[in-house]
Design a protein around this ligand. Structure first.
Ligand code: SF4
Ligand code: SF4
Length: 69
């Protein structure tokens, strides 16, 4: 099953280097007041559906990555 980043994403960018396959891709940074936000998306061509991003080792602070049903 493929995975996607939902609207609950905080745009922290933390997941980019945590995906073992490098499938979580940085989009163009956004500025909000003094904060620099880092939106991301999952490249389904690279993602191997390993499930690490939604596993017990889950490292997204917002649990914003979900499996697409
Ligand atoms: S770790 Fe979670 S909240 Fe942060 S950018 Fe990735 S998906 Fe969004
Ligand atoms: S399922 Fe695995 S390969 Fe795909 S985005 Fe999540 S951690 Fe990366």
């Amino acid at each position: 099953m493929p995975y996607k980043v939902t609207d609950s994403c905080l745009k922290c960018g933390y997941c980019i280097k945590r995906c073992p396959e490098g499938a979580i891709i940085a989009d163009e940074k956004e500025k909000m007041d003094e904060l620099i936000l880092q939106p991301v998306h999952i490249d389904v061509e690279i993602c191997t559906d390993c499930g690490v991003c939604v596993s017990e080792e889950y490292w997204c602070p917002a649990q914003a990555i979900v499996e697409i049903q």
